[in-house]
Design a protein around this ligand. Structure first.
Ligand SMILES: [Zn+2]
Length: 325
């Protein structure tokens, strides 16, 4: 994937994407790179005709018509691509995320529209999470999010005092390669049945693994050079052995969720995690790279319907209640 155009601020983005046709051309290049392909399932034919209006194509095989929006999260939306692109830029550029209220103000769309846009874009963050195994020095840690914890005062949210029950909270496992990428996932519970497969799936055998003394990590020394941080003895950094990088990410994630989104339903938690993981893993990249990566995910991987398995608007509206705006 190549960065096609450089933007370092919203003004530059708007001056480049000055009309719908420019946006369409950009999306077509990112999506098809010169070979327009029929987007309908079970077809994918690359012999197509372009209509003279410059917007619509017709497949020579299945005879169906399509635009570049078909098969993407933009498909059944009346919002201009210019606004979609601005939204994607804003969502990926803000380090701590952006609320639907803020997006509504910034783009001049209704808050309901802003919520739809955020929701759809957020579904695609997870597609960017790498699948390569982490290596070198790797920290694994777990935390709890959501539920009643978010209603409590800051000083009462201290890790470890909340217990490991997942009745009102969700358990989240995280792994970070020091100086490298991060993976994080909502898990059923913090026992070994959930934590160990997550570590094994994401970490190269033989790597240096650092965790706290939680029982859920016991037994991993057979596969990794496993050292433990002894939190209980007040020993947080022993030589090089600590989980500070992972803990730093947890506080970033929690601050983001509490500060911007206020409350989130457990159902949507993985999407928020993916959003913050995406930002973390692209922290050294340019804003253009982040924008193009998102656009690439949106246009080439999956449609919104496929992502949610239920794309009807009635369901979406019911979900809005969970956000309580
Ligand atoms: Zn076709």
């Amino acid at each position: 994937m190549v960065a096609l155009q450089k933007f370092t601020n919203l003004m530059q983005l708007f001056s480049y994407f000055k009309d719908e046709q420019t946006c369409r051309n950009y999306l077509e290049t990112i999506r098809w790179n010169g070979t327009v392909t029929c987007p309908y399932a079970d077809c994918g034919h690359d012999k197509v005709f372009k209509f003279s209006n410059g917007k619509v194509y017709k497949c020579a095989k299945c005879r169906k018509q399509f635009s570049v929006r078909v098969g993407t999260i933009f498909e059944d939306s009346k919002i201009s691509l210019q606004k979609w692109f601005a939204a994607i830029y804003l969502i990926t550029a803000h380090k701590k995320g952006i609320s639907s209220l803020q997006l509504h103000r910034d783009l001049g769309v209704t808050q309901k529209t802003a919520w739809f846009m955020l929701h759809r874009v957020r579904h695609t963050f997870g597609l960017s999470t790498g699948t390569e195994k982490l290596t070198g020095i790797v920290e694994a840690d777990e935390t709890f999010m959501g539920g009643k914890e978010s209603n409590k005062h800051k000083h009462k949210q201290t890790e470890g005092t909340q217990g490991r029950s997942v009745k009102t909270k969700s358990a989240v496992a995280g792994i970070i390669e020091r100086g490298g990428e991060l993976r994080a996932k909502k898990i059923e519970s913090t026992n070994g049945y959930n934590l160990k497969p997550f570590v094994v799936k994401n970490v190269e055998f033989g790597s240096e693994l650092m965790t706290d003394e939680w029982l859920g990590y016991k037994g991993l020394a057979q596969l990794f050079k496993h050292s433990f941080v002894k939190h209980n003895e007040g020993q947080y950094v022993s030589n090089n052995c600590h989980t500070n990088s992972m803990e730093g990410f947890w506080s970033l994630l929690k601050r983001g969720v509490n500060g911007i989104y206020h409350s989130i339903s457990q159902k949507h938690l993985q999407q928020y995690i993916d959003e913050f993981v995406f930002r973390y893993n692209t922290r050294k990249a340019t804003e253009t790279y982040r924008f193009d990566t998102m656009l690439n995910n949106i246009s080439t991987h999956l449609t919104y319907k496929q992502l949610t398995n239920a794309g009807n608007n009635r369901k979406m509206e019911a979900e809005q209640g969970a956000f309580g705006f």
